[in-house]
Design a protein. Structure first.
Length: 244
């Protein structure tokens, strides 16, 4: 029985990932703040023959995270995978409200670090485990204000943890979605559904790799931002300011 912790599992990318992974032989430990939504996702998984454990969790709370890890570990005495998916957005400006800034840093950056710190000793003892962090193309191309800053930070932390754990049997992947059809992007049309990210998570669990960008069209923007930053400056100049 493979035990996978999935945060932000109540909707959007998290829900799609839970439903894709929820199959016989897999126990999903679903974490999010909204208990009724978690229960609904778990029921759908179980109706399809999978197994799910719901643990209502505010990932900003260290005690809640500790309880989540304890509950997951109690299923089989192992934690095989952690998918750090929980995330929140902010206004794409340095002038975002203070509470919004704090919330984004807490959820998007501190929480994944806290969860990795909790599972890494378990996975090292097992000599096996997979960590998948859900970043963003905004963590490669700076245009999202504090949101971008948190995803840049998560990218750096992911790279660092991967290198730290080399040779231990613990594998670490960063998935970087572009714009995806989720509640936070309801004002945009023609976007791919969250299933594209769920499929990338499934691939990363089966065959971990350093980084996966979805959809693939965003690879060009990432390449330009890294190789020709002055061009990226011109292309994105003023974009955030117009959305303050």
């Amino acid at each position: 029985m493979t035990v996978v912790i999935l945060t932000g599992a109540s909707s959007g990318i998290g829900e799609a990932t839970a439903l894709r992974l929820g199959r016989p032989g897999m126990t999903l430990v679903l974490a999010a703040r909204r208990a009724p939504e978690l229960t609904a996702v778990a029921e759908r998984i179980e109706a399809n023959g999978g197994a799910a454990v719901t643990v209502p969790t505010d990932v900003r709370d260290p005690e809640a995270v500790a309880a989540l890890i304890e509950r997951a570990h109690a299923v089989t005495g192992r934690i095989d995978a952690l998918v750090n998916n929980a995330g929140v957005g902010t206004k794409p400006s340095v002038l975002a409200e203070e509470h919004s800034v704090d919330r984004a840093i807490d959820v998007n950056l501190r929480a994944p670090i806290r969860l990795m710190r909790a599972v890494v000793p378990i996975m090292e003892a097992q000599r096996a485990g997979t960590i998948v962090n859900i970043g963003s193309v905004a963590g490669e191309v700076g245009i999202g204000g504090v949101y971008s800053a948190t995803k840049f930070g998560l990218r750096g932390m992911t790279d660092s943890v991967r290198r730290e754990l080399a040779g231990t049997g613990v594998r670490v992947t960063l998935i970087e979605p572009g714009y995806i059809a989720t509640p936070g992007n309801a004002h945009r049309t023609g976007l791919p559904g969250p299933e594209i990210v769920a499929a990338a998570v499934e691939r990363a669990l089966r065959r971990p790799r350093r980084r996966i960008i979805v959809p693939v069209k965003y690879r060009a923007a990432v390449l330009v931002a890294h190789v020709f930053p002055a061009i990226a400056d011109r292309v994105y100049a003023g974009k955030a300011a117009t959305r303050r």
